[in-house]
Design a protein around this ligand. Structure first.
Ligand SMILES: [Zn+2]
Length: 94
């Protein structure tokens, strides 16, 4: 009986783990087949909508995210404009 309970407990812990792993693999597969731009990540309610399309994409030198010039946080340093996804990244860079 105890053995059965142990097995049941193990099962309860393992099932969500497997689900999580398969979910991650599935998402990675979608990214791989469709490209990261077309794979729309599921947004939680309350999060801001994705950046409006348009404008030149610039790479954030801190975190590597591509961000549109229109919505990027900018910093002028040495006569060059740097583009960041957020003020936090800009502060890290400065
Ligand atoms: Zn960033």
């Amino acid at each position: 009986m105890l053995r059965f309970l142990g097995l049941l407990l193990a099962f309860i812990f393992i099932v969500p783990l497997i689900r999580m792993v398969t979910g991650l693999i599935g998402r990675a597969f979608v990214n791989f087949t469709m490209g990261p731009k077309q794979a729309q990540p599921q947004r939680r309610p309350g999060t801001p909508p994705p950046a409006p399309a348009g404008g030149t994409l610039r790479q954030d030198p801190v975190c590597g995210t591509y961000v549109s010039e229109r919505v990027a946080v900018t910093l002028n340093k040495g006569g060059q404009t740097h583009y960041f996804c957020s003020a936090a990244c800009r502060d890290k860079f400065a």
